[in-house]
Structures are given as structure tokens and as C-alpha cells.
Design a protein around this ligand. Structure first.
Ligand code: NDP
Length: 242
């Protein structure tokens, strides 16, 4: 498939956690470009005016992942663009962090991505084409107090994407990572004033990112066949390119 075809043909897109926040902005971006877009949700569906196909799925459950893909594929055809966006935080200083606090965050943010990517890659190998984007975080690269679980999971996505890039070799299937900084969603609204001030103080742009600014980077990667194993920061300069 050429770059031109990628921009003109309607793609079958699946965005996990696409019912709200960053995932919803990403899903809207693909839908606006004419793609057929399915989003997973656990509770609330995406707003009805979006035209998105809502499929119920908790990414910690492999059978729900399989069912969600089957629903999306029945409606839109084989998934050729996957955005693994679903994520949670569970902040706690390490000395107070239980094993369950640690593993539950990994189960959603890292193993959840593994579950959906593995399911997607099978179909992409059959199609001979695919675009995978994993939503990580600046926390992966810089760490943050209280986020040993979250940062470990988000850093794990980088090694995962790069290893998969080696495995996929010369096939036209890419796997890249987007690492947002503090972005205006329910997740960032849960931070304390002090945490927000501290993070903004380290952000040259001096403001939070918007979900649609993360969607810009994802849309670029979905059309970029020769960009592989990359980590694209969308963080107002907080990591100065890292
Ligand atoms: P929100 O809290 O607004 O949304 C989280 C999304 O993930 C929801 O759609 C939620 O679904 C879904 N989700 C959570 N757990 C699961 C699960 N077990 N199975 C399926 N879906 C699940 O977060 P954001 O939009 O801010 O975050 C999106 C991604 O961006 C996350 O991976 C996050 O780590 C990352 N990120 C966010 C930053 C920020 O500042 N906002 C900064 C850096 C990275 P439901 O509605 O069912 O709960």
C-alpha cells in the first residue's frame, strides 16, 4: 500500500479506551478522515453524535478483547489501525504500594496493550498491512514520584514496540509509541494542585496539552509506513525530545 492509498482509503480502526479523553479525540480524528472507527468502553459509551462503533471491552480480560475485535471486524472489516490507549494510574509511594497496586496498573497499561496488539497482529499479518500506536507517557522516560507502577508499565511499552518492530521485519506493519505529557482529561484533573504546578513548571509550553494534539501525532504515525519503533513526545517540550 502506498502513502497515497493510506490517506485515501477508509481504514478499519480500533481505539481502546476511545469513549473519552485522549482516546476519544484520537477516534474522532480518524472518523473525521473518513475511517471506520470502533472504540472500546467499559462504562459510558462515546457521545452518540460521534458515529463511532462502541464495543464493550475490559483490556484485562483476553476473552473480552477477542469479542471486541470480532464485533469491530464484523462491522468494519479486519482492523488495520490499532491504537492501544486504555490506561489507568494508581499513584502511591513505593513504601506504601501493595503488590496488587503494582500489578493491577501493569495489567491494564502493559499487559492490556500486549493482549490487544497480539490479537490485532494476527489479522494484520493476514492483510500484509497494519499500523499500531501505543499511548505511553513522559513518565516512561523521566519517572515520577508515586508512579513506579505507572512509569514501569509505560516504559515497558517502549521496549515492547521496539521488540515487535524487530519481529515484524520487512512487513508493512509498524508499531510506534506516542508519549504525551500532562494533557487535559479526567486523568490529569485528578492530580493535586501541587502536582499540576510542579509538572507545568517543567513544561516549556507553560500549559497542558489538549487531547487533539495527541491525536495529531497518532494520525501522523497511522500514515507513516517508514517510521518504526519511534517514541514521539507530545509534551510541550517537557522532555525536550526525549
Ligand atoms: P482517562 O482517564 O480520561 O481515560 C482512560 C481511558 O482508558 C478510558 O476510556 C477508560 O475506559 C480506559 N480504560 C481504563 N482501564 C481500562 C481497562 N481495564 N479496559 C479498557 N479500558 C480501560 O485518561 P486519558 O484520556 O488521559 O488517558 C489516555 C491514555 O493516555 C492513557 O493510557 C494514559 O495513561 C495516557 N496518558 C495520559 C496523560 C494525561 O495527562 N491525561 C499523560 C500521559 C499519558 P472507561 O471509561 O471504561 O473507564
Amino acid at each position: 500500500m502506498t502513502g497515497t492509498d493510506e490517506r485515501t482509503a477508509a481504514r478499519s480502526v480500533l481505539v481502546t479506551g476511545g469513549n473519552r479523553g485522549i482516546g476519544l479525540a484520537i477516534a474522532r480524528r480518524f472518523a473525521a478522515a473518513g475511517d471506520r472507527v470502533a472504540v472500546t468502553h467499559r462504562g459510558e459509551k462515546p457521545p452518540p453524535d460521534t458515529g463511532l462503533l462502541a464495543v464493550r471491552c475490559d483490556v484485562t480480560d483476553g476473552s473480552q478483547v477477542d469479542r471486541a475485535f470480532k464485533e469491530a471486524e464484523a462491522a468494519h472489516g479486519p482492523v488495520t489501525v490499532l491504537v492501544a490507549n486504555a490506561g489507568v494510574t494508581g499513584d502511591r509511594l513505593l513504601v506504601r504500594m501493595s503488590e496488587e497496586d503494582f500489578t493491577s496498573v501493569l495489567d491494564t497499561n502493559l499487559t492490556g496493550a500486549f493482549r490487544v496488539v497480539r490479537r490485532a497482529v494476527r489479522g494484520m499479518l493476514g492483510q500484509g498491512h497494519g499500523r499500531i500506536v501505543l499511548i505511553s507517557s513522559t513518565a516512561a522516560l523521566h519517572g515520577a514520584a508515586g508512579q513506579t507502577n505507572y512509569a514501569a508499565a509505560k516504559a515497558g511499552l517502549v521496549g515492547f514496540a521496539r521488540s515487535l518492530t524487530h519481529e515484524l521485519g520487512a512487513r508493512d506493519i509498524t508499531c510506534n509509541v506516542v508519549a504525551p505529557g500532562l494533557t487535559e482529561t479526567d486523568m490529569s484533573r485528578a492530580l493535586t494542585e501541587e502536582q499540576r504546578r510542579d509538572l507545568l513548571g517543567r513544561t516549556p509550553a507553560g500549559r497542558l496539552g489538549r487531547p487533539d494534539e495527541v491525536a495529531d501525532a497518532v494520525a501522523f504515525l497511522a500514515g507513516a509506513g517508514y517510521v518504526r519503533g519511534a517514541v514521539i513526545p507530545v509534551d510541550g517540550g517537557a522532555g525536550l525530545g526525549h
